[in-house]
Design a protein around this ligand. Structure first.
Ligand SMILES: [Zn+2]
Ligand SMILES: [Zn+2]
Length: 755
């Protein structure tokens, strides 16, 4: 026993000494790792071919000058050779050296980290394709369409430089998407609303602007991409090569037209200039570049800068078609998404690429068109022939075509008349994709779960702008997820992987952990109500652009999400021990359409009958007029309604809570159907009346109702007067100005425009 005890003591002693030695060594090594030296003393870490530079932390601390920290010198651009990459839909996509130089940047490579349909993967397990594949596909189609036009109509004088610009616009059009694409935009709205509540401020005072769209970030990322190569657009010298801002590639070399021999490269005509890059940006938007300091939503620009002449206007419609919405972006993602989700061949696009041509056409939406709205009222009564005569008074110089020639007309991408039913099919497919794929209830449910995860992490998680290529010692910046789109160096790091990163670092945040686990186990929020809103009867009574819905559904559809949530809780907040928690309810007012709200999108396209096709060889001023095709000629192909409205309610809580929610919604819905707005307004007259009409009616029936109360506290008058007393004859909730604006926004063709 004594021997054993002695042995034990000596082992223990040695163990203690070994332990303290190990701790000492580890401490030393830990410090060495932080210092960037080797783990084993004396032996330097392999450099992996990277020149040793001062660590970023030192650089920041010392505020070292520009001399120490320059842009990484790029390998010499030697012209290279054109490569091809395989593609799911287009089989093969060609990549010229210039194109490759843009593809191999952090900004474009980031797209590989964004799934095209991040949330739909919860429903269709094989829709795992990413935005880089889609962007390469769009670039390929954009080039094909531009080349088809160049080949068929040499009179349009499309240059090789313009084709490469349009191709690059196709590549860059989605650079501004956030993680999980549209979920990021929804998440930002949630954070904005929450912060307004916390800070008790109005939308206008909120620090988080809501005018942001992903196209804004696309423009920012194009600038970042050029900066990565040490170049910038110079708005003061538009017709010169890009401004050199570092020791990257020589702008003259890099952005030269790609299929030229090396000795031709440095000639100014063969180089992509600042004007060309502005043109690329305008092709991405399908609209003029917003002025400095404006977002796309606030834009007041009415002139293109890159290609300002009217006879080149159609070039901007290839990647983003502002007239009809039928562009190479949609052609690619419909084909790609359908192929992955539904297993269809997805080869509808060939006709739209090959059969396209350019002709004159009446502006489909002159009231909203940035070019036409200024002189819409002056010319709106005149026929096409009358408007064409205005041109005769002016000198007929093709390249000097002026804004005032042919008012309310554009040179547009048009199709032969035989394609009218194919076009209808295209828009019907669009509707199906939105209905079954993009806004599928499980996909939306996953989207809300992801939004909750991001919103929960937003207050404490920060992303830094640290970049090893930093040349100017910029101030360190640490931004929230919701604000990452303000800085390109932060945004470039924000991808779908943010959920994985949060999962790794969420050890102490139990709620966050639980939510992420729900996502991993596909334990999504339950959709407990899906209530269709019937479309109204069209025809002559319709004189407003509001959604035209059935009289019985008008009251429900006129409410806002928050009003419905409050109404539900106040109808019955508790039943047999199950409590309805306001925070567990999500209400979604879903509008899906065929591309142009409740209007026929094919009416926004222009077609040419077969006998006029030979006229396409004429010079630009004498190109034929393409027209809208009479709906009667393809009546059997037209759906009965173009827009679908649905109210959906999701429950974050338990199954019992979900069941109660579904019952309570049915009760509230019944009460609403009996409300005066549904029963007393003559059918068909709803839209022609001003708001004062229905107010008068309900005032009579309620008696003690005062309009001032109605307008001053919308939600409380709703809950006090309507829900608690219930039944007919009480004040219904009424559409406020805000609600109406929201409905119009939902209907506007901008929604779902680009994915
Ligand atoms: Zn127009
Ligand atoms: Zn796209």
């Amino acid at each position: 026993d004594i021997l054993f005890a002695r042995l034990l003591v000596s082992f223990f002693g040695v163990g203690c000494r070994r332990w303290s030695w190990a701790v000492e060594t580890m401490k030393r090594h830990h410090v060495e790792i932080l210092d960037g030296k080797s783990i084993s003393r004396g032996r330097p870490m392999p450099s992996f071919g990277i020149e040793q530079a001062p660590a970023m932390a030192d650089h920041r601390r010392n505020g070292s000058s520009q001399k120490e920290f320059k842009l990484r010198p790029m390998k010499k651009f030697d012209g290279g050779r054109t490569m091809r990459t395989n593609d799911d839909v287009h089989v093969s996509v060609s990549m010229c050296p210039l194109f490759q130089t843009i593809v191999d940047t952090p900004q474009v490579q980031r797209l590989a980290g964004l799934k095209q349909l991040g949330v739909s993967e919860m429903v269709y397990r094989n829709v795992t394709h990413n935005r880089l594949e889609h962007s390469l596909g769009v670039a390929h189609l954009a080039e094909s369409m531009a080349r088809a036009l160049q080949r068929k109509q040499p009179n349009l004088k499309i240059t090789g430089k313009e084709i490469i610009c349009i191709k690059l616009a196709g590549l860059c059009h989605d650079l501004g998407h956030g993680p999980f694409s549209h979920a990021y935009e929804v998440f930002r709205k949630i954070v904005k609303k929450r912060r307004e509540l916390e800070e008790k401020c109005s939308s206008a005072e909120s620090t988080l602007d809501d005018g942001w769209k992903h196209e804004d970030a696309s423009l920012m990322m194009i600038d970042a991409l050029l900066k990565h190569h040490g170049m910038a657009i110079d708005m003061d010298h538009l017709d010169e090569p890009l401004k050199q801002i570092g020791n990257g590639i020589d702008a003259k070399q890099l952005f030269a037209e790609y299929d030229l021999p090396m000795e031709e490269l440095s000639k100014p005509d063969n180089v992509l200039t600042s004007r060309d890059w502005v043109f690329i940006k305008e092709c991405v938007l399908g609209a003029p570049l917003p002025k400095a300091g404006e977002t796309i939503k606030q834009s007041t620009s009415i002139e293109y800068i890159g290609r300002p002449h009217r006879d080149q206007e159609f070039l901007h419609d290839i990647v983003a078609n502002r007239h009809s919405g039928l562009d190479v972006d949609k052609i690619d993602y419909f084909a790609r998404d359908e192929r992955h989700a539904f297993g269809s061949a997805g080869n509808i696009h060939g006709l739209f690429i090959e059969e396209v041509f350019v002709a004159w056409g009446d502006c489909p939406d002159p009231e909203k068109c940035f070019r036409c709205k200024a002189h819409y009222h002056e010319h709106k009564g005149k026929s096409t022939e009358q408007r064409k005569k205005i041109q005769l008074d002016l000198p007929n110089n093709e390249r000097q075509l002026d804004l005032h020639i042919r008012p309310l007309m554009h040179l547009m991408l048009c199709y032969p008349e035989k394609l009218v039913t194919t076009a209808m099919t295209f828009f019907i497919n669009r509707f199906r994709n939105h209905s079954q794929l993009y806004t599928h209830k499980a996909a939306k449910s996953a989207e809300y779960l992801i939004c909750d995860i991001l919103a929960l992490a937003d207050p404490f998680y920060r992303i830094s702008n640290v970049d090893v290529d930093d040349e100017d010692g910029t101030e360190p910046l640490f931004l929230r997820i919701s604000e990452a789109m303000k800085d390109p160096k932060v945004f470039v790091k924000l991808k779908d992987s943010i959920i994985d990163v949060l999962e790794l670092g969420a050890a102490e945040n139990l709620v966050l952990q639980k939510l992420i686990k729900r996502l991993r186990c596909r334990d999504l929020y339950k959709c407990v109500v899906s209530r269709s809103i019937r479309p109204g009867r069209g025809g002559d009574v319709r004189d407003s652009k509001e959604p035209f819905v059935h009289k019985d559904d008008k009251a429900l559809w006129g409410m806002e999400e928050e009003q419905i949530i409050e109404g539900l809780v106040e109808t019955r907040g508790e039943h047999q021990g199950v409590v309805l928690n306001q925070e567990n309810i999500i209400v979604e007012m879903r509008t899906i359409h065929h591309g142009k709200g409740d209007q026929n999108p094919v009416n926004f396209m222009r077609f040419l009958p077969k006998e006029k096709l030979p006229l396409l060889k004429n010079d630009i001023a004498n190109l034929p007029d393409a027209v809208q095709v009479d709906e009667e000629s393809y009546a059997a192909h037209i759906p009965r309604a173009f827009a679908e409205y649905t109210v959906r309610v999701y429950c974050r809580g338990s199954v019992e809570e979900g069941e109660l929610l579904s019952h309570v919604f049915a009760q509230m819905d019944n009460d609403l159907k009996d409300s005066p707005i549904c029963t007393e307004v003559p059918y068909g007259m709803e839209d022609s009346k001003s708001n004062a009409g229905p107010v008068q009616l309900s005032q009579d029936s309620v008696g003690d109702f005062t309009p001032s109360k109605q307008s001053s506290s919308q939600s409380s008058s709703f809950s006090d007067d309507f829900i608690r007393s219930g039944g007919p004859g009480v004040t219904p909730p009424r559409k406020t100005g805000h609600a109406k604006r929201k409905l119009l926004d939902d209907l506007s063709p901008q929604q779902d425009k680009k994915r």
